[in-house]
Design a binder for this molecule. Structure first.
Ligand code: FMN
Ligand code: SF4
Ligand code: SF4
Length: 472
């Protein structure tokens, strides 16, 4: 018997562009020069979107700032950088060289020029002559360029988006990807406009308008440019949930749906898998590479392949979009589905976080009121739940802090004294998840389904019953 295991194939064809894997570098500092991109391809990246080329710019010093959160550096990253400040002809000469040396990797030219048909036709021709596999239109840069009528000044107006996409399509012979700005109330409106303009694909998201913080001694917001600052573009892990939602919105709308490259906070294979499950054909990465370097792609490739093996997926297409039907509108959720919090007493360290969270931030149904007794035997209480509730109603002005120490009783099989282990009053628990989110011990609080024995019923159905005169 052979031990040879066929690894799943990560190769993708995105809007006609072939790439050995779905991991692309986003248009940003890691794709500033040909030398960088070649190192990245050697590390394993399947594609790269060149740092946006076109209009002439000068960048500021300084230009980045970040949010650190609980030991995680650069949880959110903000930049006030503009597009490439290198001459267009040098960028294009290097692009041609990279394409020649790395024919199998996807090499995309990100473009931004003044909003005239001639300027766009010229730059499209130049990028394609240099050998770009596709063009990404940067309609998303949120600072500087937008003040000059480019970037998000285009991407925030459906008419401009459609018009410029159509100009590009008049000239382009390679696939055209429109990169969307998240700085808009409904991203679908712009995606629809890009589609009407003839875009072959979309990329989402560019960075989110932000001010990361203010120096409390100088009162200058970050990043400081000679005593002043401006709003920057936010990226990194903090933006992933926003970006995932936007990708889902675009991909669930037939009017806007196109092949999409998911961007925002991708740092691991898991992040990539989530974007692909919501329909992305490729993912693009910037901040994580700025933080950890090109070699993170090695773990991304291995991790994704291992997970695909485990799930029985042979190709990216096998699972692309599988989560889309599972996202619905709130009105279509089953109101008769019920979960309650379950505390694993053997894992609990008695920190009390769930108790405080439930009392102050949820539904006051976690109690710390046991005195003794075997952990899996009947619960012995100071008071019955109804007595606690009645007493609480009359007396509590601040969150009750149980007097634990006097009552603490150690049991032979548990490290935490029984009196410190909270219990959930399941009849009152609304299953909001808060306690399981604050609990510092993995899998200590799990949410367990409780059979209500009621048929599935959505808000839509319930209100329809009201309208037809049935009880509600
Ligand atoms: C410093 C910096 C410069 C960027 N420059 C560009 C650019 O020139 N063109 C562009 O389309 N996007 C640019 N972006 C946005 C990224 O391509 C990407 O859309 C965004 O950072 C979100 O991805 P991330 O969370 O992986 O960083 C830039 C981002 C950063 C952080
Ligand atoms: S799920 Fe919500 S309501 Fe239920 S115990 Fe936890 S915090 Fe309280
Ligand atoms: S938060 Fe978790 S560990 Fe802390 S008391 Fe609650 S169940 Fe125990």
């Amino acid at each position: 018997m052979s031990n040879y295991i066929v690894k799943p194939d990560l190769a993708v064809t995105f809007a006609g562009i072939k790439s050995p894997n779905p991991f692309w570098l986003a248009s940003a500092p890691p794709t500033n020069t040909g030398e960088q991109i070649m190192r990245a391809f050697d590390a394993g990246w399947g594609g790269a979107v060149w740092k946006t080329m076109g209009a002439q710019v000068t960048n500021t010093s300084s230009r980045y700032s970040s949010i650190n959160w609980n030991g995680q550096r650069m949880m959110g990253f903000s930049n006030i950088e503009l597009i490439s400040d290198r001459p267009l002809d040098i960028n294009l000469r290097e692009l041609a060289e990279v394409k020649k040396r790395y024919p199998k990797q996807a090499l995309i030219a990100s473009l931004m020029v003044e909003s005239t048909r001639e300027a766009w036709h010229t730059v499209v021709q130049q990028a394609e002559d240099a050998g770009a596999d596709g063009l990404e239109l940067n309609f998303g840069c949120p600072h500087g360029m937008s003040e000059r009528g480019m970037g998000s000044a285009v991407g925030q107006v459906p008419e401009y988006t459609e018009m410029i996409t159509a100009w590009v399509k008049e000239k382009a012979t390679t696939p055209v990807i429109v990169k969307l700005t998240p700085n808009i109330s409904d991203i679908r409106v712009i995606a629809q406009a890009a589609k009407r303009g003839g875009a072959d694909a979309l990329a989402a998201i560019n960075t989110i308008n932000s001010i990361t913080g203010i120096d409390l001694d100088t009162f200058i917001p970050q990043p400081n440019v000679d005593g002043r600052s401006t709003h920057g573009g936010y990226s990194g892990p903090a933006v992933k949930p926003i970006a995932l939602n936007m990708v889902q919105q675009v991909m669930s709308d037939p009017e806007s749906m196109l092949p999409i490259s998911g961007i925002g906070g991708v740092a691991t294979w898991k992040d990539a898998a989530e974007y692909i499950l919501l329909g992305s054909g490729t993912v693009q990465v910037c901040t994580a590479v700025m933080h950890y370097g090109y070699r993170i792609v090695e773990d991304m490739i291995d991790g994704l392949q291992n997970w695909m093996c485990e799930k029985g997926f042979q190709s990216i297409e096998d699972f692309r979009g599988l989560s889309l039907p599972k996202v619905t509108e709130w009105k279509d959720l089953n109101l008769n589905y019920k979960v309650v919090a379950h505390i694993d007493e053997a894992k609990c360290i008695g920190c009390g976080l769930c108790y405080t969270a439930c009392w102050d931030g949820a539904h006051q149904c976690i109690h710390v009121d046991r005195v003794s007794g075997p952990i899996d035997g009947p619960v012995e209480l100071h008071l019955k739940p109804s007595e606690i509730e009645a007493a609480s109603r009359n007396t509590i002005t601040v969150t009750p802090i149980p007097k634990l120490d006097a009552a603490s009783v150690t049991t032979p099989s548990y490290a935490t004294p029984l009196a410190r282990i909270p219990r959930v009053d399941e009849t009152e628990c609304v299953g909001c998840n808060l306690c399981s989110l604050v609990c510092p011990v993995d899998d200590c609080i799990t949410m367990v389904e409780v059979k209500t024995h009621l048929p599935s019923e959505t808000w839509e159905e319930r209100t329809a019953e009201c309208l037809t005169g049935k009880s509600c």
